[in-house]
Design a protein around this ligand. Structure first.
Ligand SMILES: Nc1nc2c(c(=O)[nH]1)N[C@H]1C(S)=C(S)[C@@H](COP(=O)(O)O)O[C@H]1N2
Ligand SMILES: [Mo]
Length: 407
């Protein structure tokens, strides 16, 4: 037994489980509950494509917008389990709406500084060696409101521009091998087939490392919102570089300074310098339950759970404080932990009913530790709207209601 397990067991023995039920009512006569269906009543027949239970109503958060095609919707992180975001709840960010693309007509061109420019159809791609990997996609504007002390009132608003899927596709390096990259090619341009022709410049090192030209998401074709029929997945990099509806990759000597990387996705530092190509998303964690807007009822056992992720590798630890940062306990991490993927953490907690603040702080395998808001501002100034990964707090009031804790 390692130290983490033994301290967990000690905690459980000491209080939460000691001889008492966690939350359920006791059943003195232990008779089975009344059956929902009579034995003679047949259920519904089989169906070709599944739907969730009509009792389930969880949905993405969508704000009214005069330009709903150039908007975003947010994942209800507090109502997803484990590490995979259901495709129907994966956040969306579109700059010019979701195009309707015929998969039999769609082609991906790879050209520029290559030996043999080539065009790939979807069926060409599906014949090639493929991989399936679990990775998050996070908009670099996610948690933008957390730069301020106040912070957003719910985890959907503060962190919902991040989701995690199992992506299936062809490693970009396989395609680059096919076309033969010329030695002078150091970057590439990726372009989408939507009305805004989203374009981002990417270093060749990333393309040869873990980039995927993905056609699958969570075991089926990509959803139209996620780039059907093909998107670029650049694990751990700014959501924006994960170009959807991918139609063209051009090998180039240098970055192209496209409209999508100069008018946006640059960060102004205190000294007036602007950072561009800040690709990697820094390690971040957030408690999803209990979180803002929840009501946890009375004192007693409550599991604290949340998500952590890092654009640089694997999450190695998440610590949780239930007293506003005075003491920290190590949470357990759901295994396996994947690189550049959501990591689920959990900590058993016995709430004594008094007002308190819950915080989480993660560390990744580069040794990077998630900063407080003050530490982040010391590193990156206070003018940026992007890359806010500061520690987020939730205040539990004595009546069990949960709200944002100012930082
Ligand atoms: N072609 C294209 N690709 C795009 C975008 C877009 O508008 N057009 N939005 C980008 C942004 S800003 C983000 S955060 C991610 C969002 O991916 P998702 O909608 O699958 O969550 O896609 C990126 N790829
Ligand atoms: Mo984004």
């Amino acid at each position: 037994m390692d130290a983490k397990q033994s301290s967990r067991r000690a905690f459980l023995g000491a209080g939460a489980f000691a001889g008492a039920a966690l939350t359920a009512c006791s059943a003195p006569d232990a008779t089975p509950p009344e059956a929902a269906t009579a034995p003679s009543l047949l259920g519904a027949p089989v169906r070709r494509y599944g739907e969730r239970s009509p009792h389930e109503t969880v949905a993405r958060g969508v704000r009214d917008s005069q330009t709903p095609e150039a908007a975003s919707s947010r994942t209800p992180l507090d109502e997803t389990y484990g590490i995979i975001t259901p495709s129907a709840l994966h956040f969306e960010r579109h700059h010019a709406g979701v195009p309707d693309i015929d998969p039999t007509a769609h082609k991906l061109l790879i050209h520029g500084l290559v030996e043999r420019p080539m065009m790939f159809t979807l069926s060409d791609l599906k014949r090639m060696p493929s991989v399936s990997r679990v990775h998050f996609v996070e908009c670099s504007g996610n948690s933008g409101g957390e730069w301020s002390a106040k912070g957003a009132p719910t985890v959907r608003l503060s962190h919902g521009l991040a989701s995690c899927s199992e992506w299936t596709g062809v490693p970009l390096r396989v395609l680059l091998d096919e076309v033969g990259v010329k030695p002078e090619a150091k970057w590439l341009l990726a372009e989408g087939d939507d009305a805004c022709r989203m374009q981002r410049s990417v270093m060749i090192e990333k393309a040869l490392d873990d980039a995927i030209v993905a056609y699958g998401q969570n075991g089926e074709a990509l959803r139209p919102e996620q780039g059907y029929p093909v998107r670029l997945v650049l694990p751990g990099w700014e959501g924006n570089t994960n170009v959807k509806w991918l139609r063209r990759i051009k090998l180039t000597e240098g970055p192209q300074f496209t409209k999508d990387e100069t008018s946006k996705y640059t960060e102004l530092m205190e000294d007036g310098e602007a950072w561009i190509f800040t690709f990697e998303m820094d390690a971040k964690s957030v408690i999803t339950a209990p979180s803002g807007g929840h009501a946890i009822g009375g004192p007693g056992y409550h599991e604290v759970t949340g998500l952590a992720w890092s654009g640089r590798g694997k999450i190695t630890s998440v610590e949780v404080s239930t007293d506003g940062g005075a003491n920290w306990s190590e949470a357990s991490l759901q295994q396996p932990v994947y690189s550049r993927a959501f990591t689920r953490f959990r900590l058993p907690w016995n709430w004594d009913g008094s007002e308190c603040v819950l915080l989480s702080r993660c560390r990744d395998d580069t040794g990077y530790v998630q900063p407080t808001r003050q530490e982040l501002i010391a590193q990156r100034g206070r003018y940026s709207a992007y890359h806010c990964n500061r520690i987020k707090g939730w205040r539990i009031a004595a009546d069990g209601s949960v709200s944002n804790a100012e930082a």
